[in-house]
Design a protein around this ligand. Structure first.
Ligand code: GLN
Length: 230
């Protein structure tokens, strides 16, 4: 971060095509992640500036020193822990299969044999798809953002996609996407806020202290119900 009038300014990398976590509304960034990190910055007394990018660019930008904080409905994974340090978890998530609403032939990973699977670059969904592609026998198509991936299955150009359950459930509830969630969840994971590994332990402590304060004060629950109330 840079010092500005005595207050440290941190650059936060975000994926702004990821409602209800991060998106743009009337020219403003809004969503669960935006509110959570803004509230942490308030209670810990630092400034933040958002930098929007494709999800796959967030960790590389952190490593390149262009960001101080990475947030983007980002799942805490062992692989990522090799390059970043994560805060305490702030949201439970996990992957699900999603198909066109006219499709009744896919409910499990095994049903993907011979199919085309749409995923988003650099995500846990992409990783899950790549891990099983050879064994089950399907083609993987990469997209840079979630809306493009959704469109591909809605158009019938791919048979199925993998996305975080809370994200696709929200998208389907908000818009008539022509998509449906099928089968059991593929895994369970949790979202965390990331900083560069080993370089930023003070900032990480502040983030964790801020998060704990939000949970204690009830502000965390208010943010969740603001975005997730039916
Ligand atoms: N939670 C998923 C991941 O961490 C997807 C995140 C996203 O698409 N913004 O890879």
């Amino acid at each position: 971060g840079e010092e500005e009038e005595g207050t440290t300014l941190y650059k936060v990398g975000i994926d702004t095509t990821y409602p209800p976590f991060e998106y743009e509304e009337d020219g403003e960034y809004v969503g669960i992640d935006i509110d959570v990190i803004s509230a942490i910055a308030d209670n810990q007394g630092f400034e933040i500036e958002f930098s929007a990018m494709d999800f796959s660019g967030i960790i590389p930008s952190l490593q390149a020193g262009q960001l101080d904080i990475a947030m983007g409905g980002m799942s805490i994974t062992d692989e990522r822990k090799e390059t970043v340090d994560f805060s305490d978890p702030y949201f439970d998530s996990g992957l699900t299969l999603v198909v066109n609403e006219d499709n009744s032939s896919i409910t499990t990973m095994e049903d993907l044999a011979g199919k085309t699977v749409a995923v988003k670059n650099g995500t846990t969904g992409a990783l899950h798809a790549e891990e099983h592609a050879e064994e089950i026998g399907y083609e993987v198509k990469q997209f840079n953002d979630s809306p493009a991936m959704f469109q591909e299955v809605a158009n019938g150009n791919a048979d199925v996609l993998m996305e975080d359950y809370p994200v696709i459930a929200y998208a389907i509830a908000q818009n008539d996407l022509g998509l449906q969630i099928v089968g059991d969840r593929l895994n369970g994971d949790q979202y965390g806020i990331a900083v560069l590994k080993g370089e930023n332990s003070d900032l990480l402590e502040q983030i964790n202290a801020g998060l704990a304060e939000l949970k204690d004060s009830g502000e965390y629950d208010e943010i969740m119900s603001k975005y997730l109330a039916e």
